[in-house]
Structure formats: structure tokens, C-alpha cells
Design a protein around this ligand. Structure first.
Ligand code: PLP
Length: 403
């Protein structure tokens, strides 16, 4: 099919040309005297991205799932109790991993479309007088339902219960796109993957561990080999890795961090918010609703859109792909066939997203969902036009003050 595929799944995301070029490198010796400069820059940049001074970053050749496993096996022991809300496919899969690793998981089941239940977390922690719960596990942005949870609120709930559990946060579809504050929110383990906000191919599983998590590592007895923090720390201290790293991905990571810091993190977060507002306006114009039940949980990186009950969302996705070369995200597990997702994460702008909104609109009309062609596109345009005029008004005010 002529033209580029419009990739609007919520990861893997579009890779900027600058990153693609940076990864086109010949193989080189990962034990050369020069090699350590590259990982050291990546570690420095990742710490800035996680917003941490004291945290230590680990980069594993794996996907985000490996980073989950690493965070768990390095800090917990068989039978340890953990508290985990479940409100979507990724929180579900993380819980499944914890159970398979032999942890005792207290699951807080919440309706899909809601976020981490702060009151229930606080209550469960207050009830745990013996402080048996070692960790609270939160998926910051549930990619399956387009729900962002309030991590600062979870920290407040933990403090209100005066509970010493560690805080584990999955930032796979939030880091580099939504504000995340490792030190300020006193997160102990944050994990992410390379293929979303970092705009890279999949292949890096990244973990940020607090000094407390590193202390817990000394006593944790879950089995680990490939993902062992200790092996990584020993090698990283000299600028190397305990096994062969993926050189192209490290070059790409350095470039990606450079791109994010050049734009400025606050601008990156504001851009994601602006784009997401346009997508949400389109959904409202189509008379459809989001899977996210309340605005407080609206995700700025992915919108999961519920189709009317008599229609199959999978047909919308298939039509969009076959007829318009547009890749939309599928509904996963419980919401399969009920929702399709538009990822608005990573390297994108208003006109790119208009393409996805326009394509989704045509695919929905093709399968018979009643809507007015152009309504979603116009609604998004109106939001972004308004944002531009507000921006130019405020810069005019600044100029007149400066004059
Ligand atoms: N956590 C979240 C929130 C995700 O969206 C994903 C993947 O999409 C994962 C974890 C799993 O990451 P990976 O597919 O990189 O292993």
C-alpha cells in the first residue's frame, strides 16, 4: 500500500528519523576503553527522566516484562505478601507474574476503567497491623483501558496508613510522556520499556531502584540470574555490562533522551495533554465514551474508545488497517471487541493525530457505526485551534509586558 502506515497503537510508537539514524551503527567492541561513555550518558539521562538523584538505574536487554520480573525477584522473597490493585490487562499480567513467582498477592479488584483505589489501598494497609505487606504495586498508566492512576495519591495513602511497604510503579506507558517523580513520590522501584515514550524499538527493560530497594536486594531470596541487580551493579560500576548489551538500542536511547530534553520535559507533557484533549473531543463528537470512567483517570497517552454494544471493535480495527493503512490498538482480554485504542504517545503532533482520528472515523462509518464524517476531526481541530489562540494571546501579553 502506498504511503506510510499510520502507527497509532500505544506502543511500539513511531521512531523519529534522528533515532533511526543513530541506531544505524556498525558492530563495535562492548569492552573497548571508549565504550563506558555511552552507558554513562544513558544512565545520567534516565535518572533525569525518572526525576531521581538517589535512585540507581538498571538497563536490561529485555522488554518491560523483564523489568517487572527484575524489580520483583531482586527485592522480594518467596511467600512475601504484596498489595496489588487490578484494573486492566497489564495490572492483571503483573499480578499473574507475582503469583507465578510465589508471592502472596492481595488483589484489590476494581472495575476496568477505574484507577488505583486510594481509599481501599489505605484501608488494606491500615488493616495490616503486622506490616506483612512488603510492596504496593501500581500501574501508573493502564494501557489497556487508557487510565492513569494517581501515584502521588498512592504515596499519600501509604503515608496516611504509616505503612513501610515499598512502592513499585509500572511506568511502561507513562515515562517520558506523563509527569513522573521518583524521588518526590518516594517510589522504590519504577520499571519501563523502550518502545513507548522513549520512541525506540522494544528491547530495553529499564528499572530504577531506590536506596531502600537496594537494601532489600541484600535479603531478597527469589531466584534470579539474568536479572540480578548485583551482577549489573558490579559491571555498571566500571561502565560495562555483565553480558553483551544491544549497542544500537543504547545509541538510540542516548538520542531519545537528547530529543526529550531538547523539547523540555514540561513541554513534552503539555504536548501529550494537548493531543489527548483533541482525541477526547473527537470521541465526544462521535457520541462515544471512553473506557476510563472519570476525567481524573483520563490518560494523555492512550484513549480506549468503547464502541456501541451491537458493534465489534475488532472489525473497526481490521477495516482501519486494511482500507486505510491505519494501525489502531486492539481491546485486550475483558474489553476485547468492546474497545479500540488510539495511542497518542511519543513522537507525534496534531496533524498526525488528525490522520488517525480521520481514519478511525471512516473505519467506524464503514462498519455501520452511526456518526457524522468529519465530526471527530472538526472537534479535535477546534480544541487545538483554541490552544494556539490561547498561546498567542499569552505570548502577546508577555511581549507587551516586556515592551
Ligand atoms: N506494562 C504496561 C503498562 C504495558 O503497556 C506493557 C506493554 O504494553 C507492559 C507492561 C509489558 O511490556 P512489554 O510488552 O514491553 O514486555
Amino acid at each position: 500500500m502506498a504511503g506510510r502506515n499510520f502507527l497509532f497503537v500505544p506502543g511500539p510508537t513511531n521512531i523519529p528519523d534522528r533515532i533511526l539514524r543513530s541506531m544505524m551503527v556498525a558492530s563495535e567492541d562492548h569492552r573497548s576503553p571508549k565504550f563506558p561513555e555511552l552507558p554513562r550518558e544513558c544512565f545520567r539521562g534516565l535518572k533525569k527522566l525518572f526525576k531521581t538523584e538517589a535512585g540507581e538505574v538498571f538497563i536490561f536487554p529485555s522488554s518491560g516484562t523483564g523489568a517487572w520480573e527484575s524489580s520483583l525477584t531482586n527485592t522480594l522473597s518467596p511467600g512475601d505478601k504484596v498489595l496489588a490493585p487490578r484494573f486492566g490487562q497489564f495490572s492483571h499480567l503483573w499480578i499473574d507474574m507475582m503469583q507465578r513467582l510465589g508471592l502472596d498477592v492481595q488483589v484489590l479488584d476494581v472495575e476496568w476503567g477505574e484507577g488505583a483505589p486510594l481509599d481501599q489501598i489505605e484501608q488494606a494497609l491500615r488493616a495490616d497491623k503486622a506490616h506483612a505487606i512488603k510492596g504496593v504495586m501500581i500501574v501508573h498508566n493502564e494501557t489497556a483501558t487508557g487510565v492513569t492512576s494517581d501515584v502521588a495519591g498512592v504515596r499519600r495513602a501509604m503515608d496516611a496508613a504509616a505503612h513501610p511497604a515499598m512502592l513499585y510503579v509500572d511506568t511502561v506507558s507513562s515515562l517520558g510522556s506523563l509527569d513522573f517523580r521518583f524521588d518526590e513520590w518516594r517510589v522504590d522501584l519504577a520499571i519501563t520499556g523502550s518502545q513507548k515514550g522513549l520512541m525506540l524499538p522494544a528491547g530495553l527493560g529499564i528499572v530504577c531502584a531506590s536506596p531502600r530497594a537496594l537494601l532489600a536486594n541484600r535479603d531478597a531470596t527469589l531466584r534470579r540470574v539474568f536479572f540480578d541487580f548485583g551482577d549489573m551493579q558490579k559491571a555498571n560500576a566500571t561502565g560495562y555490562f555483565p553480558y553483551t548489551p544491544s549497542l544500537p538500542l543504547l545509541y538510540g536511547l542516548r538520542e531519545s533522551l537528547g530529543i526529550l530534553f531538547e523539547e523540555g520535559l514540561d513541554n513534552v507533557f503539555a504536548r501529550h495533554e494537548r493531543l489527548a484533549s483533541g482525541a477526547r473531543a473527537a470521541v465526544a463528537a462521535w457520541n462515544l465514551s471512553l473506557c476510563a470512567k472519570k476525567p481524573q483517570w483520563h490518560s494523555n497517552t492512550v484513549s480506549a474508545i468503547v464502541v456501541p454494544t451491537s458493534f465489534d471493535a475488532a472489525k473497526v480495527i481490521e477495516t482501519a488497517y486494511r482500507r486505510y493503512n491505519l494501525s489502531l490498538g486492539a481491546g485486550l482480554s475483558k474489553v476485547a471487541g468492546k474497545v479500540f485504542r488510539i495511542g497518542h504517545i511519543g513522537d507525534l503532533n496534531e496533524l498526525m493525530l488528525l490522520g488517525a482520528i480521520g481514519g478511525a472515523e471512516m473505519a467506524m462509518a464503514d462498519v455501520g457505526i452511526p456518526l457524522r464524517l468529519g465530526s471527530g476531526v472538526a472537534a479535535a481541530q477546534a480544541v487545538w485551534k483554541q490552544a494556539v489562540s490561547t498561546e498567542s494571546r499569552s505570548s502577546a501579553v508577555l511581549h507587551s509586558v516586556a515592551a
